[in-house]
Write a protein that binds this ligand. Sequence first.
Ligand code: HMG
Length: 387
Amino acid sequence: MNIGIDLISFYTPPFFLSLTDLAAQRKISAEKYTIGIGQDEMSILPPDEDVVTMGANAAQSLLDKVDKTQIKALIFATESGVDQSKSAGMFVHRLLGLSKECRVIEMKQACYSGTFSLHSAMGLISLQKNAKVLVINSDVARYDLNSPGEPTQGCGAVALIVSNNPRLLKVESESAYISEDVMDFWRPNYRSSAIVDGQYSTKIYLKALNECWKKYGELTKRLPEHVHHFCFHLPFTRMAEKALKQLFRCKEEFQSRFIKSSPGFRYNRVVGNSYTASLYLNLCSLLDCSAENLEGHRVGLFSYGSGFVAEFFSGVIQAGYGSHLLKDLHSRLISQRKKISYREYLEFYHYALPEQGEVFNVPHFTNGHFRFSGLDNHKRLYEKTVS
Ligand code: HMG
């Protein structure tokens, strides 16, 4: 079986808040965020974007590199869905002009569902050799204002084309996964922001990593040194330091691993948490930003979704991967974002949509290819802004 990630692309909206500015408002030292949490900025969702527009924007960049008619399934992973019944993927299916002969589904299990989507895609491809599957991970991390979780907000989407003979990463068959019903982070249907037991969630994450790594080691007989690079679900990039410290007990080994891994944290440091997309943003950043030639290198990927399901699996970076990356596009997306003030952040945060079914137009904020333009009779309306 030679199945895996053929192409990868990410999108984040064109606005960000500096965490130094947030720290000043909260009257705490900026270093708590930039060092203690390891975040410099967080992407901010404008009112005319949501998981649909972010997902469509991320996937759009991949479509001129594949034959759209070969995409036989669109799996949309999110925990920030826009409808209790209709999959966010259905809107994306139309916006991207995908073929009718394409299954569409939405997956949910906190930040983990993107990984299940990737494995499901691989299963579908093993049954239909020439098929490609579009996996979209798209989320908005939102906590209460002035809560400990606030500096770990963010938003973004990562789209993957999964196929046979992948051009980027062959996913290996051994995988270690565990599930346990815990309440570390959750969001009841009536709330727009998550509730989290922050310190407990961090402990559970590390316990899950420990158990998954142990099982993966038993399955593969590999030691941490046999894995060239580690990518993690990154609610904040300091989490990677804690995770690497757990994997590499020797101080020198940990330090050299941390330096080697840091190109992979670059995007996450300025985008913030993007839940389902976060692990794949770490992978995208590693592929785009690493100065090393990564051909033939093994990457270990740790996926964690509160509640919780966790999985450790690995893949091997393919020869010639470098010519299939979208690094210029990604670096433009980040560098061209507009820094917003704390006041603008609050305006976006409090923006509320009517709930009585009246016609409502959302003002234009984003410069993305797709936008959420409004509501009519409780229906969400989307438009393509650039052809
Ligand atoms: P907190 O409790 O306010 O922070 O929030 P703290 O007091 O623990 O400080 C954080 C670190 O900053 C500490 O270092 C401090 O010492 C350090 P550590 O003990 O960790 O080594 N610090 C400083 N460093 C330098 N200069 C300073 C300074 N001051 C303090 N001046 C917490 C931290 C993570 C709890 C909070 O941000 C939170 O609740 N975040 C949301 C939950 C979260 O991200 N959990 C992670 C694991 S669960 C997960 O990843 C799943 C998730 O993505 C959801 C899903 O699955 O869908 C969240």
